[in-house]
Design a protein around this ligand. Structure first.
Ligand SMILES: [Ca+2]
Ligand SMILES: [Ca+2]
Ligand SMILES: [Ca+2]
Ligand SMILES: [Ca+2]
Length: 110
């Protein structure tokens, strides 16, 4: 049984989900989301986020589940990839489908 956040704990996935290169250490100094923090800083923030019992369905990691998270889920709808598990997957498989949406909707409504 995989943890509900297992996809979020693998650094290679974190990079690949953001169009970074897991095999290139130099891209740590880039800024994929233009938020002023380097990719390495973003990843460290991500680890802190995971350690703080994140909210299910909070894909953009801002500690609430809102329309932005829904848009991220929609963006990855029906993706199925165990090599790079898509954002939006919330159960223990590698796809984004109605089961994930059901989990998301429950979290969204709270
Ligand atoms: Ca890299
Ligand atoms: Ca950044
Ligand atoms: Ca969010
Ligand atoms: Ca799934």
């Amino acid at each position: 049984m995989l943890s509900k956040h297992y996809w979020a704990t693998r650094p290679n996935d974190w990079e690949s989900q953001r169009d970074l290169n897991p095999y290139d250490a130099a891209d740590r100094n880039g800024d994929w989301d233009n938020d002023g923090y380097t990719n390495l800083e973003d990843y460290l923030n991500h680890l802190v986020y995971i350690a703080n019992d994140p909210v299910t369905g909070d894909f953009d990691e801002d500690y609430d589940v809102d329309n932005i998270d829904l848009a991220i889920l929609a963006e990855h709808w029906l993706e199925d990839n165990c090599a790079v598990v898509p954002l939006g997957n919330l159960d223990s498989n590698c796809d984004v489908d109605f089961k994930d949406f059901a989990i998301f909707a429950y979290s969204y409504s709270r």
